[in-house]
Write a new protein. Structure first.
Length: 253
């Protein structure tokens, strides 16, 4: 499903979009929530969340925050609109003022489009006083980068910030899996085309992979998969399991 909020009155669009996000997260507490800003755009990552079930979650809510402000993302974003609409996962898009071609595409593919042009003053973007409404938005990719750079203490501290801010452990685990899998794919490849990764993601993943041996990357990927399954079976506490994994990620085997 695809919901789009845009218009010159960005504060009002922001408020409406976050009200929907908070409402959906209340109704679907088990859904993994991912926020993507313009600088974090990665078309391959978005494509991987179009299907109904990922390895680490049965449902995703993806919030795309003004991604078309990044020139390289704009065309790819437009191409993905039909798939976002058809996806059983939920895509919520926030944009400012947009040109006619984007408006036309929004009207064609979105399940709902809300355009805000009136100036309205709002006191809060919280969308309610419930526990979910108070959750802090968090850049989960900072954690993935810390794991990639093999900074265990930084990874652990970012993880604690994410958990304390209300981010679900399963969503965090899914992002870590995506990062490590990208490193595995990039390690011995000579070009992004060999891996199917976005060139930027490939370059960054290849750099990170150099800090790990092939054996270490394989073990780390296997640990993430095992942790997911054991967490779902109630064999381990997922939050604590991720914490232990992160604290050991800086150690060489």
């Amino acid at each position: 499903m695809l919901y789009i909020f845009h218009g010159s009155e960005i504060d009002l669009s922001h408020h409406k979009a976050h009200t929907l996000v908070n409402s959906l997260r209340t109704k679907k507490p088990d859904a993994a929530f991912i926020k993507v800003e313009a600088d974090e755009w990665d078309g391959e990552m978005i494509k991987s969340h179009l299907e109904s079930q990922g390895l680490f979650s049965n449902k995703y809510i993806l919030f795309l925050d003004r991604v078309t402000e990044k020139a390289e993302a704009r065309d790819e974003f437009l191409d993905l609109l039909p798939d976002m609409k058809a996806s059983p996962n939920i895509f919520i898009v926030l944009e400012g003022s947009v040109k006619a071609d984007l408006k036309k595409a929004f009207d064609k593919y979105a399940d709902k489009v809300v355009e805000s042009e009136q100036v309205v003053t709002t006191k809060s973007y919280g969308g309610g006083s419930g526990a979910v409404g108070s959750k802090k938005e968090f850049n989960i990719f900072a954690l993935a980068d810390a794991v990639g750079s093999r900074d265990a203490f930084k990874a652990w501290s970012i993880y604690r910030e994410a958990v304390d801010g209300g981010m679900e452990s399963e969503s965090i685990l899914g992002t870590l899996f995506w990062q490590v899998k990208s490193m595995v794919l990039a390690r011995d490849a000579s070009s992004a085309g060999e891996t199917g990764l976005n060139p930027f993601v490939f370059s960054k993943s290849k750099k990170y992979a150099a800090a790990y041996s092939e054996e270490e990357l394989g073990k780390l990927l296997a640990k993430l998969i095992t942790l997911y399954h054991e967490g779902h079976r109630g064999m381990v506490d997922l939050e604590l399991g991720i914490e232990r994994l992160l604290l050991s990620s800086g150690k060489r085997v």
